[in-house]
Write a protein that binds this ligand. Structure first.
Ligand code: SF4
Length: 388
C-alpha cells in the first residue's frame, strides 16, 4: 500500500506501522553478497510502492548558534575553540537577521545547530549564558526557536546533541522536529584511534536514549548513519535495525539520513578513505529493505552523482539552502535547487519542498499549537510547502 501525500494528512500515520522489512538474518545474508544491481532494483521498487514518485527536500537556512563543543570527534571541523570563534554564541539579533534573510529566499526551515553542551567544557560559555539569564545552551536554543517561530515565521529544527526528556519537552514547544545522528550503534568506535575516542557524547547508549526521549514526548525525529568512520557492514545493519526497533516502539522516526564521511584536512581522520560509491549505494538500498516505508535521505552535496541514489530507493534530499553553506561540510557546496529538480525529474520523479516535519507527522499529537499554526499558513493539501 502506497503512503500518499494524501488529503487528510493521516495516510502516513497508518503507513508508519508498516515497518516490517527484511529480517535481521536476511539483512546479514544479502548485505555483502547480493549483486548491487539486484539490491538497488529491489529497493527502488519498494520505494515506488511505499512512497510513490515524489522526492522531497527542505528549503532551509542553517543557523550555527555556537561552534563550541565539549567533544572532539576525529573527523570534525565544525567545532572551534573560544579563541578562534567570532563570538561565543550567535546573538539574538544575528539569529533573527539570518532567519529573516532565509524567509525572504523562500526557506521554511531554520536549522539550529550547536556543538554538544559547550557549557560543560568552557567557562566562557557559562558566563555568556548566565549574563543573559540562561542556565544551558539548550535553554538558549529554545528561546531562539521561539523568536524564529513567532517573529519570523520559520520552522525551527534543532540539532544540538543529546537531550534529556525535559529538554525535548522544552524544544517541542517551538520546534517542528528535532534531529540527532545515531551515526553508528557500535561502541567499538569509541575505542583507541577510532572516530569517537574523544567524544563521550557519541556513545550509542546516550544517542539511543535521546531518540527514545523524543519518542516518549512524541516529537518527529530525524536520525541517521555516518558511513565510512571505521564501521563494519554488520555494524551498519545493527544500527539500521536498532533504529527500526526504536521506531517500532514509538513510531516517531520520520527520516533516516545515510551520510558519507568526508575526510577533512587537519583532522585525525584526514587520511582516511571516503566510503566508496558502491558501499553508499548498498547501505541506502539496505536501509529501504529494512524499513520499507521510512523516508530515506542522502545529502546531494556530498555525492557527485547524487541522482543515482534514487535508483537505490531513497526519497529525500534533505535540507538544501539557497542562502547558507553546509557548516558541517563547508567544502561541499549545495547544488542549486534548479539542478536538483532537473536531475530528479530526469529520472521520472517529482521534486517537492517539505517542511522540517514530514507530512505524516503534521498532527496535534506531534506538534505544539503555535508550530501547527505556522505550518497551516504555508502548507498545501498534502502537507507540503505551498508553491514549491
Ligand atoms: S559532537 Fe559534533 S560538533 Fe562536537 S566534535 Fe563531534 S561532530 Fe564536532
Amino acid at each position: 500500500m502506497l503512503i500518499s501525500y494524501g488529503s487528510d494528512g493521516m495516510d502516513g500515520i497508518d503507513g508508519m506501522d508498516r515497518m516490517d522489512g527484511i529480517s535481521r538474518e536476511e539483512a546479514y545474508s544479502i548485505a555483502d553478497d547480493m549483486a548491487i544491481d539486484e539490491l538497488m532494483a529491489k529497493a527502488s521498487l519498494l520505494r515506488d510502492s511505499m512512497r510513490g514518485k515524489v522526492v522531497t527536500y527542505s528549503r532551509k537556512v542553517f543557523i550555527p548558534l555556537t561552534y563550541l563543543c565539549r567533544d572532539r570527534c576525529s573527523y570534525c571541523t565544525y567545532r572551534k575553540e573560544p579563541s578562534s570563534a567570532d563570538d561565543i554564541m550567535l546573538k539574538p539579533e544575528h539569529v533573527l537577521a539570518l532567519a529573516e534573510q532565509g524567509k525572504r529566499m523562500g526557506c521554511t526551515e531554520a536549522l539550529l545547530m550547536t556543538g554538544e553542551r559547550p557549557e560543560q567544557r568552557y567557562s566562557e560559555v557559562r558566563q555568556w549564558l548566565r549574563a543573559r539569564g540562561y542556565s544551558s545552551t539548550i535553554e538558549y536554543i529554545a528561546d531562539m526557536s521561539r523568536f524564529i517561530l513567532e517573529r519570523v515565521g520559520l520552522l525551527p529544527h534543532t540539532n544540538a546533541g543529546n537531550l534529556t526528556l525535559d529538554e525535548v519537552e522544552m524544544l517541542k514547544e517551538y520546534n517542528a522536529s528535532i534531529g540527532l545522528m545515531l551515526e553508528n550503534v557500535s561502541a567499538r568506535l569509541m575505542g583507541n584511534g577510532m572516530a569517537h575516542e574523544h567524544a563521550p557524547s557519541k556513545h550509542p547508549s546516550l544517542r539511543l536514549k535521546t531518540i527514545e526521549n523524543a519518542g516518549r514526548v512524541r516529537v518527529a525525529f530525524t536520525t541517521g548513519l555516518l558511513i565510512g568512520i571505521g564501521e563494519s557492514m554488520e555494524e551498519v545493519l545493527d544500527s539500521l535495525l536498532a533504529i527500526r526497533d526504536m521506531h517500532a516502539r514509538y513510531k516517531h522516526i520520520q527520516e533516516i539520513i545515510i551520510q558519507n564521511f568526508n575526510p577533512k584536512p587537519d583532522t585525525p581522520m584526514a587520511h582516511w578513505a571516503r566510503p566508496s560509491r558502491e558501499y553508499m549505494l548498498r547501505v541506502a538500498a539496505l536501509a529501504r529493505l529494512i524499513m520499507p516505508s521510512m523516508n530515506i535521505q542522502v545529502p546531494p552535496n556530498l555525492n557527485p552523482k547524487f541522482d543515482e541514489f534514487l535508483d537505490a530507493g531513497i526519497n529525500d534530499w534533505g535540507g538544501i539552502s539557497p542562502l547558507t553553506i553546509d557548516h558541517i561540510n563547508p567544502e561541499a557546496p549545495w547544488p542549486s535547487i534548479d539542478y536538483v529538480r532537473s536531475v530528479t525529474e530526469a529520472r521520472g520523479f517529482r521534486l517537492r519542498a517539505r517542511f522540517p516535519v514530514y507530512p505524516e507527522y503534521i498532527s496535534d499529537g506531534y506538534l505544539a499549537g503555535r508550530v501547527m499554526e505556522v505550518i497551516n499558513r504555508m502548507s498545501d493539501e498534502y502537507g507540503l510547502v505551498r508553491g514549491y
